[in-house]
Structure formats: structure tokens, C-alpha cells
Design a protein around this ligand. Structure first.
Ligand code: GLC
Length: 449
């Protein structure tokens, strides 16, 4: 298929407009800093235009790495306009945070190895070696950190401590937990007295995007409240887990990790590095333990509570990302594809809704509770191809590009009528549309079939 030149030009223009001299902000004003998984997706698009710039996107991301190996979900811009954002997190309270940059104290889905690998695909053999050698130490340290700090019981599944770490900020399973167990007394009081109506007036995000397309204010307050609690413990995971009631082994995050572990292993092999045994063992454990997230009754994967192992049974597109892991058994992949094709669940006109159509949570305009996101589609397209569902992958690729061509590079889209939602000129929508148009490995053959 010949890419529609206008969309390609438009997408490149979005990335250029959001370029901050070396890193790409997700969108002007609403997201002015460098975000972790955003930059990984952005790199995957940028590599088609300017490989050096794509490399720089990753190198800039690595500036934010903490001494323990953590990669934060945000590296803050040093523009004085954003003093408040930096001050909220105050990463300097941890001796492990970088001295030169302000960051958050939490992470985001580990897409880094994928981005590094995809850059490598575009380089000749010598340059690829150099590229991998340059970034591998930081990549390895990041994956080691994930297991060391976020898998304290050595179960193979990584736990998350804040919904922002999932990247799907208000996804139903997390919000249900939040509402049922986590609201502080003062937030409950605001909820009871409808004080949120007043607070709505002060929200920065809703000055740019209508409230109905964003977080509920009570939920937003709760997220800031959890952030405050993490900061008070200086982002020290032992202190956090000591009293935390909120630790979840997230299905999408762990599926992404499995695939990225594989990329890491491939990179290590190319540069002839011996991956430490304990890391290899943990990686294998993740693949096995991931299957404990499967629910036989619902034929679906779910996130689960870290302590009780209770499955959080609010369905969401997070579980479809299991396809991207590449490690799930083909029969289970088949169940997921059946859901994708069901008119009651994910087969809307502009798929994939982030929450199935027949869920009580479904809301076609609200953020991660219904709208279609291009990054989720990209992951699922890749996963479908891995399991040999080439026709389904091609159809999803087509509908995704059609949606973006019709509306422009919006942050997310209404899955029923395809209307663009959230902010316009959103970087990962642009970058991944570019990749869907130009990806040379689009017709990769199945590894499983
Ligand atoms: C929103 C999204 C998150 C993304 C960030 C920057 O918070 O939920 O996934 O990384 O915006 O685009």
C-alpha cells in the first residue's frame, strides 16, 4: 500500500513541532516534558526519518536513569514555567535520583528494548553493534532494577505502585481498586460534599481538554495523594511496600516486559554479552507466572493484587497486550482474538476500545475507559502477527490509519464514530502512524502458528 503522503507529512510535522532540542514532548502545553514510553514509541517513528535523531531520543531518555537503574516515567523540562511539576515530585529527596535532572520517582511500561532494537534494525552491521554497545549497559541495569525492586517475592511478576506506572492512567481495574480501598479520608469527604465541583475550576488539563474526556477529579486527587505518600517515603521501595495497600501485578506491563526481555536477550547475543544467570532465571519465571493471570471462567488475562493474588476482574484492552508478549499459548491467543472480533466486546467501528463495549465501565469519550489509542493498536497489531493472524492485523492497521487520516494526530479517538479526542498533535499517534505506514517488517511471518 502506498502511504498517503499527506498523513506522512503531517505526522512528521507533528514530531518536528514537538521537538525540544533532543527529546520530543508528547504534546505542547499538556505534556511538555519527556515521558518514558512515549519516547520509546516516538523513537520507533523517528527512525524512519532521521536515525541519529531517533538515537538521540533514547540517549536523552537515559539521562534520567537513577543510580539503582530505575527509569522514571517523566524527566522534567527545566523551564521555570514548570517549577510546580518538579516541586510536586521533588526527586532530590532520594539520594538515588540524578543530580542534574528532576524526574518523577516511578516508572512506566518497559518499551525501551523494543525501541533500541527497532533503531538497530535500520543500521548496518557495524553501526548496529556500536549502537547496542552504547545503550546496553543502561538497558540491562533497568531490567535488573525491575526484578530487584519490583519482584520482592521472586514470583516473576513485576508489581506497580501507582496507576501512572501502567501508562493507562484510569484503566478500570486500577480505578476500581482505588475507589474500593484507597481513598484517603479527606478525599472521601470532598466526594461526599461534592467539593470536586470547586476543584474542577482549578484543573490545568481541563483548560485544554473537556472534563468528560479526562480523569474524574476525585480520581485525579487520589492519584496525587498516592504520589505524595510515595514522596514522603523518599521513593524507597522497602518503606513504600512496608505500609502500602496498593501494589498490583499489572497484566499489560508484564506482557510488555516479557517481549522486551526477549529483545534484551537478542541484543545481548548480538554484542556477545553473557546475561547474568539470575536475570535469565527471573525472565523465565515471568513467562511461566504470567499464565497465573489467566482466568479459566472468563477466558481472559487479568491484573492481580500483589499480596492476596486476587484477580482484578474488570476487563480491559490491557489483557489483549498479552498477544504482544509472544509467550502465551496459541489456544489462549485464540480466545483473545475471539474477543477482538466480537461485536459486544472489542469490534467497534474504530477499534480497539480500551474497555469492551459491554462493560459497565465503557465510556467512548473518557481517556482509558473506552477510547481507542494508537499505541495499544500498534502493540496488538504486532501481537496478532506473531500468532499468525495476518488478516486481523492488516484490518486493524487499516482502520487505525483511516482514523488518523480522517481526524489528525489526536491523543485518542472515540471507538464508535472515530472522532479525535484529548489533545491534538500528539507525538506517539504521529510516530506510530508513520511506523504503520512504513514498517519494513510489517509482513513478518508467524513464530508460533
Ligand atoms: C497520559 C497517558 C500516559 C502518557 C502521558 C504522556 O498521562 O496516560 O500513558 O505517557 O499522558 O503522553
Amino acid at each position: 500500500m502506498q502511504p498517503p503522503t499527506s498523513l506522512l507529512d503531517e505526522a512528521y510535522a507533528v514530531l518536528e513541532a514537538n521537538d525540544q532540542n533532543g527529546y520530543t514532548m508528547p504534546a505542547a502545553e499538556l505534556y511538555p516534558h519527556q515521558w518514558l514510553w512515549d519516547s520509546c514509541f516516538i523513537t520507533i517513528g523517528l527512525r524512519h526519518k532521521d536515525i541519529k535523531r531517533a538515537e538521540q531520543e533514547i540517549l536523552n531518555l537515559l539521562r534520567g536513569q537513577w543510580l539503582n537503574g530505575m527509569l522514571p516515567n517523566i524527566i522534567f523540562s527545566d523551564d521555570p514555567r514548570y517549577n510546580r511539576d518538579r516541586d510536586l515530585w521533588r526527586s532530590q529527596v532520594s539520594p538515588l535520583s540524578p543530580t542534574k535532572y528532576s524526574t518523577t520517582g516511578i516508572t512506566q511500561p518497559p518499551m525501551l528494548a523494543e525501541a533500541i532494537f527497532r533503531v538497530g534494525e535500520m543500521l548496518d552491521q557495524d553501526d548496529r553493534q556500536d549502537w547496542f554497545l552504547k545503550v546496553y549497559p543502561a538497558l540491562l541495569k533497568y531490567h535488573q532494577w525491575l526484578y530487584k525492586e519490583r519482584d520482592p517475592h521472586d514470583e516473576g511478576l513485576i508489581l506497580l505502585i501507582h496507576p501512572w506506572e501502567v501508562g493507562m492512567d484510569n484503566t478500570p481495574p486500577w480505578m476500581a481498586e482505588l475507589n474500593n480501598h484507597q481513598l484517603s479520608w479527606w478525599i472521601r469527604a470532598i466526594k461526599k460534599t461534592h467539593g470536586n465541583k470547586l476543584i474542577d475550576l482549578f484543573r490545568r488539563d481541563t483548560r485544554r481538554v473537556p472534563l468528560k474526556e479526562r480523569f474524574d477529579t476525585i480520581e485525579a486527587l487520589a492519584l496525587f495523594d498516592i504520589e505524595r505518600r510515595l514522596r514522603r517515603k523518599n521513593y524507597d521501595i522497602e518503606r513504600i511496600l512496608d505500609h502500602s495497600l496498593f501494589a498490583i501485578e499489572d497484566v499489560a506491563f508484564n506482557a510488555i516486559l516479557i517481549r522486551n526481555n526477549n529483545h534484551l536477550l537478542r541484543i545481548a547475543k548480538i554484542i556477545k554479552h553473557q546475561v547474568p544467570d539470575d536475570l535469565r532465571i527471573s525472565m523465565n519465571k515471568t513467562v511461566a507466572s504470567f499464565e497465573q493471570l489467566w482466568d479459566e471462567d472468563d477466558n481472559d488475562y487479568y491484573s492481580r493484587d500483589f499480596i492476596t493474588h486476587r484477580l482484578l476482574k474488570q476487563p480491559s484492552a490491557g489483557s489483549l497486550i498479552a498477544l504482544y508478549s509472544g509467550s502465551i499459548p496459541p489456544e489462549r491467543a485464540k480466545h483473545l482474538v475471539r474477543k477482538l472480533k466480537s461485536k459486544h466486546q472489542y469490534a467497534s467501528l474504530f477499534p480497539i476500545p480500551t474497555v469492551p463495549l459491554n462493560s459497565a465501565w465503557f465510556n467512548p469519550d473518557n481517556y482509558w475507559q473506552g477510547p481507542t489509542w494508537v499505541n495499544i493498536n500498534w502493540l496488538i497489531i504486532d501481537g496478532l502477527k506473531r500468532y499468525g493472524y495476518d488478516a486481523e492485523a492488516a484490518a486493524l492497521r487499516r482502520s487505525t490509519l483511516k482514523m488518523v487520516t480522517n481526524q489528525g494526530c489526536y491523543e485518542y479517538f472515540n471507538p464508535i464514530d472515530g472522532r479525535g479526542l484529548g489533545t491534538i498533535n500528539f507525538s506517539w499517534t504521529a510516530a506510530l502512524a508513520i511506523d504503520l505506514m512504513l514498517n519494513p517488517s510489517l509482513s513478518t511471518t508467524s513464530i508460533v502458528k
